[in-house]
Design a protein. Structure first.
Lengths: 381, 292, 257
């Protein structure tokens, strides 16, 4: 699938040296700020930021699949559900009568859950290999419906649609990430669940980010882009197209699986509710696609910003609403923070497609003068 | 046996409505190669207008207004947004329609709120009994209306200037333009027709017989069935859209009865998946070939 | 060791259409062999069969001793067959270097984790191959454009990038599909020089599909002429030019008499 929205420089045009150091410095500053934030923000704000990070991890995976490899997928919500369920089952208590659990170490469960979701993505390969473009997109929609149906029926695994189940608290070598465990204080700030989760999510997001960046710059990113832009020429250059597509799906699903684990940890519950407008419904697949479009298809950094807007904005609006007294109407016809955010990102999609198909990434490149080599040209098609 | 027959006929009735939706969807695709993700919002919009004006204009008047406004919304989307896009490249435009769908749907759902208004039918809501089979009157009316509309559409498609122009454009856009076919007019009309069909479809969807509920977010969800219907028929085939719609209707009815109601929605997509794996371009779609 | 390419009795049928009918020819090691013919003669189809994109209905393609008929396209890069395309199928959003590096795909390894974790061997490999890719670009006169996005380049440069990418495969056989398409006389002359330089420097076999007779007759060692999927002549440029069948195919019966 190739389109103007997808044709833009992606990590392949090197910036002048001075600019590169500036970029590295900017990221370092950002990192320091993020590490220090729990000392200054209270739990509800940290929670909002964590939700943006969940979105970031998922969005990075999706931008690799849709933007770099050119495979349209609307199945992201399915893989989120799969990842979350796998974690709950693997790490869950073994003696619960209602739901199945294996009692494994949470870190191990997380890794296995991600691996499991990757395998699921791989299992979709026979379909993804045969279909192209929009046919693939709509076929992938099926997974969301099927997944939710399965999730709702398999209540021993997921806890069912009305009750759900609680995920096991995350632990790293015995160090618990909830409110249990020894009391910790850093610089006078008590470190409870919100603070600990912040660092956990931050670490996961950074890992996700760094891996993706490397992939985009490396051999595999090149093969994906080749498949996206011209399958025949990619094949002739030695790329096993079917394997490349399958691999892209697997990796994107792995990211979604990780985001799924983060989702259940964030909500502190796994509950497969509705398929049209729920935690794992098509609306979520569309939200992730929105993050990727707004950020710029194929841009890993853009995916972060997209996640900030689509996932972070409603959280922030909700927090401000309690403080600033906005969104005070409730009930019928109310403009809730979620609703307003949806309007905003819906409009953002339209604006991006109409005016800047490269998304925020292209705007960012323009501002930093990335296209310095070709003044006046805003970027290739 | 009689249950089966009943299911098939009722399924055909539902399928007729899906066929109308899928047909509109395919008309848009054939003329512009754009996948209209906003199709569901056209349905909701038309339904909303009917609900809001029903008391003032009566069912008949409200329905006509609903149909017309749904068509107009489609036209507005095409004229104001899609044709203005500098790129006019179908994949990007499809993504744009996602944005439109999200905004329109959420706004209408916000206005409807928790009330789930029925559109109200103009026909007697009592089921019809033929021998041992009970048929929903709504489904019969739908079958009839769809048959008329689809036939009218086919005649127009085959013989009218617009139909010929559209087929020419779908075949080869540049050549058609060189022949003097005003592409913008063809495209605008295509969207208008698709919107009108969506407006008709909602009259049947938001009834007790069809969906068991009135206008709600669920209506958008039901309209989503247009996708698998159009895809399994082959995105560039109008005949495929009709067949696809009927197949989807029957698949839904049968799976709801013999497996479970919850599964029926997934069943539709499963059928589509199976068809796609066997025939990646759908039942009647033309196979894509890339020039190397 | 440059192998010879032997096309034997190649037949390609699409439904009712016979695109290639019993075509045979041989590209000797190190030769510059041209495949010409009027439009629709089957030249590109022939290329596509050799490249593994189409499956022949009958016949064989042999590279040296190895039967490569029916091998899937991506295996052929490993056998060191490089191909440049008629429509220069590059990634416009990526730089020249990045595009050329795609040609190194079969010569390198490493997947997501290797790239993502920046494993030392993977990074070293990238650097080594990027160096080689740059050398190839410089050889073709586009080294200074290495970091420019391909979409911003003029047509002539794009075609060179395509050739560079094909050369990045380190081919023993180079397939050039209408390299002079869309070029003016001056550009074509430049291209002719470049192709001869490639042959002189690397000693590889080159199979060329071309319409431009000047280019073909000027640089080819041997020419095979196709018409309606059949081979109608095969010989040196001089022999082929004098062949009445060839003249008839191109210019019609009147011109031949």
């Amino acid at each position: 699938m190739s389109s103007a929205v997808m044709d833009k420089p992606v990590a392949a045009v090197t910036a002048p040296k001075r600019l590169r150091w500036l970029r590295i410095l900017a990221w370092l500053v950002l990192l320091v700020v993020l590490l220090a934030l729990p000392l200054y923000l209270d739990a509800s704000w940290l929670k909002a930021g964590e939700y943006a990070m969940v979105g970031a991890v998922g969005a990075i995976g999706l931008t690799l699949l849709v933007g770099q490899a050119g495979q349209l997928s609307l199945a992201h919500a399915f893989f989120l559900l799969a990842g979350g369920t796998a974690y709950c089952v693997l790490a869950g208590p073994t003696k619960d009568e209602r739901v199945l659990g294996f009692g494994l170490d949470p870190l191990l469960s997380l890794v296995l859950a991600v691996a499991f979701t990757a395998l699921l993505g791989l299992a979709f390969a026979p379909v993804s290999g045969r279909l192209r473009g929009i046919y693939l997109g709509v076929a992938s929609l099926s997974l969301v419906f099927l997944g939710l149906y399965f999730g709702q029926s398999a209540s021993t695994l997921t806890g069912g649609t009305s009750t759900g189940r609680e995920p096991a608290a995350f632990e790293l070598f015995g160090f618990p990430f909830d409110n249990t465990g020894p009391r910790i204080e850093i610089l006078g700030v008590p470190f409870r669940q919100a603070e600990k989760s912040w660092y956990l999510f931050l670490a996961l997001t950074i890992i996700a980010l760094v891996l993706a960046w490397g992939a985009v710059k490396g051999r595999i990113g090149r093969s994906w882009r080749a498949v996206r832009d011209n399958e025949a020429s990619a094949a002739v250059m030695g790329v096993n197209v079917a394997r490349a597509k399958a691999g892209a799906f697997a990796i994107s699903s792995a990211y979604a699986g990780l985001a799924g684990v983060m989702t259940v940890l964030w909500y502190d519950i796994l509950k497969p509710d509705e398929s049209e407008y729920g935690t794992y419904g098509i609306n979520v697949s569309i939200a992730y696609l929105a993050m990727v479009i707004i950020g710029g298809l194929g841009s890993v950094g853009g995916a972060l910003v997209g996640a900030l807007i689509v996932n972070g904005l409603p959280q922030v609006l909700a927090l401000y609403s309690t403080q600033a007294g906005l969104f005070t109407q409730s009930g019928e016809g109310a403009f809730t923070p979620v609703l307003v955010s949806i309007f905003i990102y819906g409009a953002a999609i339209i604006l991006v497609v109409l005016f800047e198909p490269g998304g925020l990434a292209a705007i960012g490149r323009r501002i930093t003068g990335f296209s310095r080599k070709n003044p006046g040209k805003e970027g290739p098609r | 046996m009689s249950t089966f027959l009943q299911l098939v006929v009722n399924g055909l009735g539902k399928g007729a409505v899906y066929a109308l939706l899928a047909l509109g969807f395919v008309i848009i695709f054939k003329s512009t190669e754009v996948i209209n993700f906003a199709h569901g919002s056209l349905v909701l919009f038309g339904g909303y207008i009917v609900v809001v004006t029903r008391d003032a204009l009566g069912w008949a008047g409200a329905s006509v207004l609903g149909i017309v406004t749904a068509g107009l919304l489609a036209l507005v989307i095409e004229r104001l947004l899609l044709s203005r896009s500098r790129l006019a490249d179908p994949a990007s435009l499809a993504l744009l329609t996602i944005g439109v769908d999200v905004i329109v749907t959420e706004e209408i759902v916000r206005r409807i709120g928790v009330s789930v208004p029925f559109i109200g039918e103009a026909w007697d809501a009592n089921p019809v009994r033929i021998g041992e089979i009970t048929l929903f009157r709504t489904h019969l009316v739908a079958l009839g209306v769809a048959a008329v509309l689809i036939t009218a559409f086919y005649l127009a498609f085959k013989y009218s200037n617009w139909g010929i122009a559209m087929r020419a454009q779908a075949e080869n856009r540049e050549a058609a333009a060189l022949m003097g076919i005003r592409s913008s007019r063809v495209t605008a009309t295509a969207w208008l027709v698709a919107g009108l069909l969506a407006g008709v479809a909602v009259l049947f969807i938001a009834t007790q017989d069809f969906s068991g509920s009135g206008l709600s977010r669920g209506t958008h969800s039901i309209a989503l069935a247009a996708f698998p219907a159009a895809i399994l028929g082959g995105l560039d085939s109008t005949a495929g859209a009709v067949v696809g719609g009927l197949v989807v209707g029957i698949a839904e009815a049968l799976s709801a009865q013999y497996i479970s109601f919850d599964f029926s929605k997934s069943a539709v997509f499963l059928v589509m998946l199976v068809v796609l794996v066997i025939r990646p371009s759908g039942l009647f779609g033309t196979r894509e070939s890339t020039r190397v | 060791m440059i192998p010879e390419l032997r096309v034997e009795n190649l037949t390609l049928r699409f439904g009712g259409l016979t695109a290639l009918d019993g075509v045979s020819f041989t590209v000797k090691p190190g030769a510059l062999h041209a495949l010409i013919g009027p439009n629709g003669a089957g030249k590109s189809s022939c290329f596509n069969v050799i490249s593994g994109l189409y499956r022949a209905s009958e016949g064989r393609v042999l590279l040296g001793e190895e039967d490569i008929t029916g091998l899937r396209a991506h295996k052929l890069a490993r056998l060191r067959i490089g191909r440049a395309f008629q429509n220069a199928a590059l990634s416009p959003g990526s730089s020249v270097l990045d595009n050329v590096m795609l040609g190194r795909h079969a010569l390198t390894s490493g997947g997501f984790l290797a790239a993502g974790l920046r494993l030392p061997w993977a990074t070293r490999q990238e650097r080594r191959h990027a160096q080689r890719a740059l050398e190839i670009c410089e050889f073709l006169g586009i080294g200074h454009l290495a970091h420019t996005p391909v979409g911003a380049l003029p047509y002539g440069a794009i075609k060179r990038v395509d050739i560079a990418r094909a050369l990045a495969v380190e081919p023993v056989l180079l397939l050039l599909d209408e390299p002079a398409a869309g070029m003016n006389a001056g550009e074509t002359a430049d291209l002719a020089t470049t192709i001869e330089d490639v042959r002189a420097e690397l000693g590889i076999s080159i199979l060329l599909v071309e319409h431009d007779m000047g280019l073909v007759m000027g640089i080819a060692d041997r020419v095979t002429v196709l018409d309606f999927g059949r081979r109608i002549a095969d010989g040196t440029p001089a022999e082929v030019q004098a062949d009445p069948e060839v003249v008839k195919a191109y210019l019609g019966t009147e011109a031949a008499t």
